[in-house]
Ligand binder design. Structure first.
Ligand code: GLN
Length: 315
């Protein structure tokens, strides 16, 4: 009686298993089986992935899986689980399979049109909040401070900052209309839609930067992977992410070059700029900013002790 049919074998459109086969599967067994299956195929986070995918299938939390450990999983549910599991087995990042990712404790929808938010990007948000809180105390009026996010993608930076700082308005740019659709939906779902403005713009064009000195803070996690690096990481998560959101020109620095030259003209006096950078881009970022007379340039490390954020003030 212990011949378990792996859900992976239920191809889309194939006939459903018999009642007898069905009865053999409950939440505990499915989780254990798929953990082993993923593990045997070299997935390091096999347990976590199995739990996340099954929880998604059954519309439960991960804790809910444990409080319903012996609940039978119907043939229909097994089929749906099998579809998600097969996507994971093909290497698709779990965030895309689930359709969402946590960032700063917020639930962001993600899809193949945007990068998956990384935990180290939270450092940019933390720095932004500290700076904006200070600026709020200095600002005499009840006027909202304005923030610009260059290359917003899923909107994670713009939205997390707007959530944490109810006294700001954020303008967010992206060149990709589909990405802006995702960011807009996230802003609405997370309740900050009316303080965010989205614009489809190419930040590499100097003409995009023409405008008033209206921003207190500019943040950006631009595409910063070099051509060489992108080739060297083939076969990983980045295979599924939009190249346009990763590749920062041949050397990875093209967005920093433009921002170093043009962003200062959009910042208010004493305004700040925060960039996420690649771990080996600290020295080069400093050099670029120095060439355009930015002040107090500092490179901050992430929790893995890698250079990750550049902070600077406008002249
Ligand atoms: N942080 C991403 C990485 O994994 C790159 C993101 C980006 O280019 N902005 O390298």
């Amino acid at each position: 009686m212990d011949t378990l049919i792996p859900p992976i074998l239920y191809e889309e459109g194939s006939s459903l298993p018999t009642t007898e086969e069905r009865g053999l599967w409950d939440i505990g067994k499915i989780t254990n089986w798929s953990q082993q299956y993923l593990h045997s195929r070299g997935f390091p986070s096999a347990r976590l992935d199995s739990e996340l995918l099954l929880a998604k299938t059954l519309d439960l939390s991960r804790l809910g899986l444990y409080t319903n450990y012996n609940r039978p999983v119907t043939a229909e549910e097994q089929k749906r689980f099998g579809i998600l599991l097969r996507r994971r087995l093909r290497g698709e990042p779990v965030a895309y399979v689930l359709g969402h990712k946590e960032f700063m404790g917020l639930h962001f929808r993600v899809g193949p049109e945007v990068l998956i938010p990384r935990p180290e990007t939270e450092l940019v948000v933390e720095q932004a909040i500290v700076f904006l809180e200070k600026q709020r105390l200095l600002a005499p009026s009840a006027e909202r401070l304005r923030v610009l996010d260059v290359g917003t993608g899923s909107g994670c930076l713009a939205i997390a900052i707007a959530k944490a700082c109810p006294f700001v308005e954020v303008v967010a740019w992206d060149i990709c209309e589909k990405a802006l659709g995702v960011a807009c939906a996230n802003a609405r779902d997370l309740g900050v839609g009316e303080r965010l403005g989205f614009y489809c713009l190419d930040a590499l064009l100097p003409s995009s930067w023409v405008g008033a000195r209206e921003f207190t803070l500019i943040v950006s996690n631009p595409p910063y992977v070099s051509k060489e690096e992108l080739l060297s990481v083939a076969g990983g998560v980045k295979d599924f992410e939009p190249q346009k959101a990763l590749l920062g020109g041949d050397d990875g620095l093209q967005f920093y070059r433009i921002m170093a030259e043009y962003a200062g003209a959009r910042l208010k006096p004493a305004g700040q700029m925060l960039w996420e950078i690649g771990a080996n881009q600290g020295a080069e970022s400093k050099r670029l900013l120095a060439a355009f007379a930015w002040r107090d340039v500092e490179v901050l490390e992430d929790y893995s002790r890698l250079d990750r954020v550049v902070r600077t003030s406008v002249q």
